[in-house]
Design a binder for this molecule. Structure first.
Ligand code: ATP
Ligand code: MG
Length: 445
């Protein structure tokens, strides 16, 4: 993409309404525009990152054997009356009447819809296990939408639902989700720590939230710092292997890590003092086993191998796709702007032409652009007739992890400069080596 032809409405001033750095940077980098309270348009740069996050979520869900579908945003109130949640949900639910006076709602979540799909089409244990998921917009009429996409009213969520014949099999689904989530967040350059959370009125211990540590987080968390040393890395996991998944879950849940709702001061004090940490965290996901809470009232039954009809065991598993943009920026920025992890960056590399209009510099930039594109990479070429300082400031603000700077002086010696956004370190290389270096960086991602 050439910047002169792109739509990147960066702001010079810091927007006064934004209280936290990720919100400020998303507005300044021209990624989002508020449409109304807690509802945003995704401008091209923001949309690109959103799609990258979605892609990683899809890849990791399907790697775990989960099946994508798409359910609507608008739902009929009747299904929610069956589960009893139409009255329970309260003011966060946006309720709508259609022209025939029928009660509709903009889905805040999808347990009812998916249970209805399941009961209409599945009747035997032989069709289990089954995990279906989608990535779809949700609406929750939050009292205080704030922090930009972090707490929106309309937001994008991945929500998945497992259907299993019994508790053990449902717990395997739970473990599978935890393992796939660990890998998902790490691919986005994030450390998201699974923490024992509150299961609310359902009871039991079977819910974990995934939290990114950040001062601006809305949750208070307590953890053993040993957990921050764990890395998922590029493990090969057989997602059908119950023991293997359970072992990974055990590894990640052995160190103490809890939100304030389940915090246990006595247990916490058993950790050596130097490792006892408390901080703030951003919830970027949650997994949940809830048994037959929906299948019972909604009659989602299957025949088991004894020929008896039994309610199916379920769980639901969410990832805050749009919130993740804010969380990643909170975890990865400096005073100049965003620093995108390679896994989600909107463009792989920026090309800055120090002297637009200089025939040699222009040709060199075009050649680098073509060479990068030929390797399947997407560069953003700042071909505007702007001062070098302004071009650097834009690149730093929008946070591309790598930049190739091209100018007449370097070209005289046959070199361009490759700069890492994170460290600011630069290296002089021939254009060919710079291109292959960037290609190499992205080859494992
Ligand atoms: P919170 O406690 O932050 O209100 P929640 O526990 O009600 O969230 P879940 O039902 O667990 O949310 O939804 C799954 C994920 O969706 C959350 O982990 C979070 O990342 C994301 N999410 C929830 N509410 C919002 C929101 N208002 N704006 C953006 N993302 C959200
Ligand atoms: Mg939650």
């Amino acid at each position: 993409m050439r910047l002169s032809r792109y739509f990147l409405p960066v702001l010079k001033e810091t927007p006064a309404e934004a209280q936290i750095v990720s919100h400020r940077l998303m507005l300044r980098a021209g990624m989002i525009k508020q449409a109304s309270a807690g509802i945003y348009s995704w401008l091209p740069l923001g949309y690109k990152v959103l799609r990258n996050i979605e892609r990683i979520v899809h890849e990791e869900q399907q790697r775990a054997g989960h099946i994508p579908l798409l359910m609507p945003t608008l739902q009929s109130a009747d299904l929610w009356r069956e589960s009893g949640r139409y009255d329970d949900y309260g003011e966060e639910m946006l309720r709508i009447k259609d022209r025939h006076g029928r009660d509709m709602l903009y889905g805040p979540t999808n347990e009812e819809l998916i249970t209805d799909i399941f009961r209409s089409h599945v009747g035997s244990y032989k069709d289990l296990p089954l995990t279906l998921y989608h990535i779809q917009w949700k609406f929750r009429d939050e009292v205080r939408p704030r922090f930009g996409v972090m707490r929106g009213r309309e937001f994008l969520m991945k929500d998945g639902y497992n259907f299993d014949i019994d508790y053990d099999s449902a717990m395997h689904a739970y473990n599978r989700h935890m393992v796939s989530y660990l890998r998902t967040y790490e691919r986005m350059g994030l450390q998201a720590i699974p923490m024992r959370a509150d299961s609310g009125p359902i009871g039991g211990e079977d819910t974990h939230e995934f939290l990114v540590l950040a001062d601006t987080g809305e949750s208070e968390v307590f953890y053993d710092s040993a957990i921050t040393d764990l890395k998922f890395g590029d493990r090969k996991v057989d997602y059908d292997n119950r023991d293997e998944c359970a072992a990974i879950v055990k590894e990640w849940t052995a160190p103490y890590a809890r939100t304030d709702e389940t915090h246990d001061e006595a247990k916490f004090s058993e950790i050596p003092e130097a490792r006892r940490k408390s901080s703030r965290g951003i919830e970027v996901g949650q997994i949940f086993y809830f048994g037959t809470k929906y299948s019972d009232p909604m009659g989602a039954m299957v025949t088991n191998d004894q020929g008896h009809k039994v309610p199916v065991h379920m769980g639901s598993h969410g990832i805050g796709v749009s919130r993740l943009l804010g969380a990643i920026i909170e975890a990865s920025h400096d005073d100049k702007g965003i620093i995108w992890p390679e896994g989600v960056t909107p463009f792989h590399v920026g090309i800055v032409n120090l002297k637009q209009g200089d025939p040699e510099a222009d040709v060199a930039c075009e050649n680098i652009y073509d060479a990068l594109s030929a390797k399947g990479l997407e560069p953003l070429y700042d071909d505007r007739d702007e001062r070098a300082g302004a071009k650097f400031a834009t690149m730093d603000l929008i946070g591309l992890p790598w930049r190739i700077t091209v100018g007449p002086r370097g070209l005289k010696n046959g070199v361009v400069e490759l700069t890492a956004r994170r460290t600011g370190e630069s290296e002089e290389l021939t254009p060919e080596v710079a291109v292959s270096r960037v290609a190499e960086i992205y080859s494992g991602i």
